[in-house]
Design a protein around this ligand. Sequence first.
Ligand SMILES: *[C@@H]1O[C@H](CO)[C@@H](O)[C@H](O)[C@H]1NC(C)=O
Ligand SMILES: *[C@@H]1O[C@H](CO)[C@@H](O)[C@H](O)[C@H]1NC(C)=O
Ligand SMILES: *[C@@H]1O[C@H](CO)[C@@H](O)[C@H](O)[C@H]1NC(C)=O
Ligand SMILES: *[C@@H]1O[C@H](CO)[C@@H](O)[C@H](O)[C@H]1NC(C)=O
Ligand SMILES: *[C@@H]1O[C@H](CO)[C@@H](O)[C@H](O)[C@H]1NC(C)=O
Ligand SMILES: *[C@@H]1O[C@H](CO)[C@@H](O)[C@H](O)[C@H]1NC(C)=O
Ligand SMILES: *[C@@H]1O[C@H](CO)[C@@H](O)[C@H](O)[C@H]1NC(C)=O
Ligand SMILES: *[C@@H]1O[C@H](CO)[C@@H](O)[C@H](O)[C@H]1NC(C)=O
Ligand SMILES: *[C@@H]1O[C@H](CO)[C@@H](O)[C@H](O)[C@H]1NC(C)=O
Ligand SMILES: *[C@@H]1O[C@H](CO)[C@@H](O)[C@H](O)[C@H]1NC(C)=O
Length: 651
Amino acid sequence: MHHMKEIVTYFLLFLLQTSSSTDTIGPNQYLKDGDILVSSGKAFALGFFSPGKSSNRYVGIWYNKVAEQTVVWVANRDNPINGTSGVLAIDPAGNLVLSDGNHNLSVWSTNLTSMILKKSSSAQLMDSGNFVLFQDQSKSVITWQSFDYPTNTILPNMKAGWQKRTGLNIFTSWKSHDDPGTGEYMFKLELIGTPQFFLFKGTKKIWRTGPWNGPGWSGVPEMVSNFIFKISYVENDDEVTITHTIKDPSIFSRVVVNESGTLDTWQESKRGWARFWSAPTDQCDSYAHCGASGNCNLYNLSEFECSCLQGFEPKIERQWYLRDASRGCKRKQGENICGNGDGFNKVTNVKVPDTSTARVNKSLQLRECHDLCLKNCSCTAFASANISGGENGCLTWHGDLVDIRQFSNKGQDLYLRVPAELKRLSWEEIGDNCDSVNSSNASHNLLIMLVVEEEEKRGEERDGSGTSAEVSIFDLSTIVSATEDFSLANKLGEGGFGAVYKGRLPNGQEIAVKRLSKISGQGNEEFKNEIMSIARLQHRNLVRLLGCCIQQDEKMLVYEYLPNKGLDNFIFDKERRSHMDWSKRFEIILGISRGMIYLHEDSRLRIIHRDLKASNILLDTSMNPKISDFGLARIFGVDQTEANTNRVVGT
Ligand SMILES: *[C@@H]1O[C@H](CO)[C@@H](O)[C@H](O)[C@H]1NC(C)=O
Ligand SMILES: *[C@@H]1O[C@H](CO)[C@@H](O)[C@H](O)[C@H]1NC(C)=O
Ligand SMILES: *[C@@H]1O[C@H](CO)[C@@H](O)[C@H](O)[C@H]1NC(C)=O
Ligand SMILES: *[C@@H]1O[C@H](CO)[C@@H](O)[C@H](O)[C@H]1NC(C)=O
Ligand SMILES: *[C@@H]1O[C@H](CO)[C@@H](O)[C@H](O)[C@H]1NC(C)=O
Ligand SMILES: *[C@@H]1O[C@H](CO)[C@@H](O)[C@H](O)[C@H]1NC(C)=O
Ligand SMILES: *[C@@H]1O[C@H](CO)[C@@H](O)[C@H](O)[C@H]1NC(C)=O
Ligand SMILES: *[C@@H]1O[C@H](CO)[C@@H](O)[C@H](O)[C@H]1NC(C)=O
Ligand SMILES: *[C@@H]1O[C@H](CO)[C@@H](O)[C@H](O)[C@H]1NC(C)=O
Ligand SMILES: *[C@@H]1O[C@H](CO)[C@@H](O)[C@H](O)[C@H]1NC(C)=O
């Protein structure tokens, strides 16, 4: 009898193995440890796995084509199976059940009530990475799907947020690399006030996206739909969700709540996964870092990133002095609002304060928002709820303004209530400013400041750790005096795009200023591209961008100054050439190659230089080569290796 059972079992498993090469578990079928389902387009696989050094067995979904096993979903994350006796099956009621065969013990189940189930359920692994339980063979009704019960990963086309049918889908980190159990970091939508996503550590908020303001999250202005991603936000009675899709579906990308407390976006490339975005990264990302009524500004060149909003002062001066701003700011004596003649001053380019306590009315114009806020004394600030195509909709805050951060040239405007004596702008002036941003208007004093995502520590390439560095601000007068009014004596050379001048800042630092010629054809857009592309790149074989300046018709880039100038100064000069031995030359070649590999493959954005020549290779005091001049670089998506360029270019 026993013998008979084994034969039957063997026969069943044999049958199953043939069916397990498909993407579906049908009624009365099961998947045992060792079998896998593969989605029809072969993007994802589902089966049993052991994470890291663990020997526990879990059912999970991973990328079928990515060499390094990368798990995006786990069924029994808190209830592992000891040994390989696990079986995933559709039970007689139609639920998907994972059981430990040795102990006849259910370790995980879809737990659906029999009301919505049919015996003919089947579960299919889709090419999106979604594991879907269909009510019956017609596949017209979905009774359960893994996308509604995620673990730590947001995949393209997955709705993250809240849906009436299933509630919130919450993303929780693993416990550790070896344990996919529910960890302490959680990314989830908070619906109170206006919806925002928060990253929590336990119950403590550690980072906030800010509210959706049309193009993107108020606190993540760089994350908007572009040529790689499309991001869509839906807010109605049935759902409040965010979905991202990749324009080229052959590129794998995922957003993960990391067990070390960051939200990371990864993209797959030939060289493995590359992290190209992460939060929180700096002090100002840290929730309420500057306390109530504080503003966090990394670009402020003063020594402390926190400052109090206008009309406020540190609540506890001593702590503030010791750079602990967590207690925030209080109103200055005698500068109380709610008096006659209150008004609003604009705080530009910010992540708006926590909207958990804000009120929203999407149908109001900014003008009406102003009036609404003004006439209610408890209203401390207002802002536009939707900045696509102007400033529309109305957000008002009543009470403390928490977790404001200052961006350089992104973000949105916040209108802060101030007493009459501090008021700078009347509504009419606010209104004028809102009408259109005239970037060629010098009075806007358009200074672009950028945060460099310092992808690699200088000199330590490819470790992928993301800290932030800063690109300074320069205004025209600083540059003019540093270069002695662009004097001929300070001219270092003339490139295709304009002259390069040596300069010296008041603090003694030497700089090289590339003054882009007005006839170079490089418009604001291209100029911005150049800045962005360079600013994102940090490598010891790349020239470092220190800052830039756009003012009136002037566009300038400010680089570190390299005293040895270009490689052409050496190799085309008989005398100096003789001082370069072959090992030095070899090192230079290696350095250039490292820089190029970085540009082409390792940087977050793929960059082709398109004008690489000896005069664009600068040498530092130790004769280390540094590639300069990315004026023609185009920004590539990570896996995009070709692009149409519509301009005839350089060398
Ligand atoms: C797993 O099973 C093995 C042998 O069956 C046993 O020695 C071990 O203690 C079990 N581990 C756990 C954590 O139950
Ligand atoms: C396994 O457990 C289920 C319910 O828990 C029970 O109905 C079934 O008889 C058990 N099977 C064996 C072989 O023990
Ligand atoms: C299913 O329900 C049982 C009992 O209500 C519960 O212990 C278990 O955690 C549930 N499983 C899942 C996957 O929700
Ligand atoms: C924001 O405004 C734009 C332009 O008026 C509109 O198309 C869009 O639907 C609005 N978005 C939201 C979320 O209301
Ligand atoms: C978490 O971050 C570390 C360090 O960047 C990385 O090695 C690890 O793979 C990440 N974990 C996940 C689940 O992405
Ligand atoms: C910069 O810091 C100084 C000193 O803390 C402060 O007075 C000023 O308001 C800050 N500026 C901005 C734009 O945050
Ligand atoms: C928004 O404001 C309009 C005009 O004052 C008003 O009619 C409407 O009821 C408000 N909507 C909400 C949700 O408060
Ligand atoms: C001011 O606004 C608050 C919050 O919306 C509200 O509770 C209060 O009634 C308003 N006061 C007046 C005078 O309208
Ligand atoms: C911007 O200002 C310039 C003058 O500074 C003017 O010539 C141009 O027409 C303005 N553009 C817009 C869109 O207002
Ligand atoms: C620039 O804009 C300001 C208002 O923002 C305006 O007063 C000024 O006339 C403008 N200048 C030019 C040259 O357009």
